[in-house]
Design a protein around this ligand. Structure first.
Ligand code: ADP
Ligand code: MG
Length: 247
């Protein structure tokens, strides 16, 4: 069973802690200081269980990236509670949040610049791993790890290639490989197929299926119906409010 450090009294009434919840938001709000203030998220409740693939859809400006930034511990809620793996995160200090992010979360964005004169495995090796330095974990170890994650995303045969030779789908698989380097349990993706045609999108979606089958939890923001249709569950954000989509 997963550890649950939040005391029961900190949980909302009538709700027992869910041992399988990777993510739990309780009435999360986010207000940006502006004139007038921007209520980017309002009273958002969300539970994401281990091994789920959740898609988040909604119009531009509705609060999707704000939500993802909070889930990724890149931003803090203005109100409400956020539990990641049973740990209440909103009160944690920055170093603890950084450590938690580095050990639990991988990010994939719409695009990600690959260094053109470095091979694919070198590009993956450049990803930061937020773990304590280990004397045996030098360059050889990092290259080995990079090749492992490249194999996991189906790109073992591309390790030594230069990025210019890759298709758009392969480039996003490299981005996923980088995200996997820190062995996260949760992958947060903001429009991961936003720059891809349908064929390359399909190749990324196949990878998401494989990762989910291996136990990864995925939260994927998308505008693409074909992408959201692939998720195990859908939520829609509209004007900062979140609601479940019909199955
Ligand atoms: P989406 O990703 O759905 O397009 P965002 O989460 O980026 O939407 O933005 C939601 C709302 O919050 C928008 O009105 C946006 O202008 C506003 N917003 C986002 N970030 C900031 C910020 N740092 N400061 C002020 N307003 C912001
Ligand atoms: Mg956005």
């Amino acid at each position: 069973m997963r550890r649950t450090s939040a005391p029961a009294s900190a949980l909302p009434r009538d709700e027992a802690p869910d041992p399988d919840a990777v993510i739990r938001l309780d009435s999360v709000g986010r207000v940006f200081d502006a004139d007038p203030p921007v209520h980017a998220l309002r009273e958002v409740d969300l539970t994401v269980r281990s091994g789920e693939h959740l898609s988040v859809v909604g119009p531009s400006g509705s609060g999707k990236s704000t939500l993802l930034n909070i889930l990724g511990l890149l931003d803090r809620p203005s109100s409400g509670g956020y539990w990641l793996d049973g740990v209440r995160t909103d009160g944690l200090a920055d170093p603890e949040r950084t450590a938690l992010r580095g050990s639990r979360i991988g990010f994939v964005f719409r695009s990600f610049p690959l260094l053109p004169y470095r091979t694919v495995d070198e590009n993956v090796m450049l990803a930061k791993i937020h773990r304590a330095p280990h004397p045996d974990r030098g360059r050889g170890f990092r290259r080995e790890r990079a090749r492992e994650v490249l194999a996991r995303v189906g790109l073992a045969h591309r390790s030594g290639s230069l990025p210019g030779r890759l298709s758009g789908g392969e480039r996003q698989r490299v981005a996923v490989a980088r995200a996997l380097l820190g062995e996260p349990a949760l992958l947060l993706c903001d429009e991961p197929t936003g720059n891809l045609d349908s064929e390359n999108t399909a190749s990324v979606l196949e990878l998401f299926d494989v990762l989910q089958a291996q136990g990864m939890t995925l939260v994927v923001i998308t505008h693409d119906d074909a992408v959201s249709a692939r998720a195990s569950r859908r939520v829609r954000v509209h004007a900062g409010r979140l609601r479940q989509e019909e199955a």
